[in-house]
Design a protein around this ligand. Structure first.
Ligand SMILES: Nc1ncnc2c1ncn2[C@@H]1O[C@H](COP(=O)(O)OP(=O)(O)OP(=O)(O)O)[C@@H](O)[C@H]1O
Ligand SMILES: [Mg+2]
Length: 318
């Protein structure tokens, strides 16, 4: 009898618990709706992924906000293209989407100004209707990034190094003529062609117009100008010249101009204005131009044309 009573109480508790759960679910129908409303961010993945007129081949990189894919045009010439796709942001976030597409618009302006300049060519920057994904389609450059070359410690001759920097200076000359500051001149954003002599500038994701320059802390600390790392620092086209000087220093000397474990320490070193001397056996005039490019005072730095003039002279001699 005592056992029967206990069994009845247990069954009653179970039934009551089930009733409570059902009631809770009925009283809180939003929970289900909430999850239903949470749209997933579409990703450019799957069996047959297509964005706009391009079909994905393989992922080749991951950026701060975007993913970089090698893709093929589905119509016309069926050329290889590179797609930069904004995958971390929901398509409804129009503000982030438009901001992302800015990169494509800036590059288009540069392409239209001088199509022969060594700046990557943009085909289109758009939002894909079916997926809502924002993307920038650009030409595929058959080469490797200068960062890749430096990481692999692949040998480049002095002539090749100067040729690469000269091409970036040429790209900057066109950008700076439009008052566009690239703001992220670094080896990862320079694609070296198969011939190792030429290079093309990519990644205008943090580029800005000089008149509305606010890019505090943005860029690669190893190559960033002192003013970019300074709160309230005034960024000008000369900030890119400093970064190109840092790339040239790295290529010639084999080390960064400033190296430290922490970003803040690197920035403090840059702000001190002291640059280690170039010790490698290269012409004194080349050491001088590197020193000038890395001047603390932007006014002391040469402009892109002056860099081209100096480097063209060295290239002929070496
Ligand atoms: N047009 C291109 N042709 C060949 N390779 C490319 C091209 N664009 C980008 N890449 C490759 O993808 C890498 C990353 O591209 P990119 O520098 O534009 O973006 P990111 O730095 O990764 O992203 P973020 O825009 O967030 O800074 C490059 O270092 C290069 O290896
Ligand atoms: Mg980059």
């Amino acid at each position: 009898m005592a056992l029967d009573n206990r069994l009845i109480i247990i069954i009653a508790i179970i039934v009551l618990s089930i009733v409570i759960i059902i009631l809770k679910m009925q009283l809180n129908p939003n929970k289900k709706k909430k999850n239903k409303g949470k749209k997933k961010i579409p990703a450019f993945k799957g069996e047959n992924p297509v964005i706009g007129n391009y079909k994905k081949v393989v992922q080749i990189g991951t950026g701060g906000m975007s993913t970089i894919y090698l893709a093929k045009a589905t119509h016309g010439n069926k050329k290889d293209v590179v797609l930069k796709v904004l995958e971390n942001v929901k398509p409804e976030n129009k503000q982030a989407g438009e901001k992302f597409l800015e990169e494509g618009k800036i590059i288009k302006r540069i392409n239209e100004k001088d199509s022969s300049a060594p700046v990557v060519k943009v085909i289109e920057s758009n939002q894909d209707k079916p997926t809502g994904l924002y993307f920038i389609a650009m030409e595929y450059l058959d080469g490797v990034s200068l960062k890749n070359i430096l990481d692999r410690k692949s040998e480049l001759s002095l002539k090749e190094k100067l040729g690469i920097v000269n091409d970036v200076a040429w790209a900057l000359k066109i950008c700076h003529g439009l008052r566009i500051c690239h703001c992220d001149i670094a080896p990862g954003n320079i694609i070296v062609h198969q011939n190792k002599k030429n290079a093309t500038l990519i990644d205008f994701s943090i580029a800005i117009n000089e008149s509305n320059a606010k890019a505090y802390g943005l860029g690669n600390p190893y190559y960033m100008s002192p003013e970019q790392g300074k709160r309230g620092g005034v960024i000008t086209v000369k900030s890119d010249i400093y970064s190109l000087g840092a790339v040239l220093f790295h290529l010639v000397e084999g080390i960064f101009p400033h190296k430290a474990g922490k970003c803040n320490t690197i920035m403090e070193m840059q702000k001190s204005g002291s640059i280690p001397p170039v010790t490698k056996p290269v012409p004194t005039e080349l050491k001088e131009i590197i020193k000038k490019m890395l001047s603390l005072d932007p006014g002391e730095r040469p402009n892109a044309q002056a860099v081209i003039d100096s480097l063209t002279g060295f290239i002929k001699k070496v």
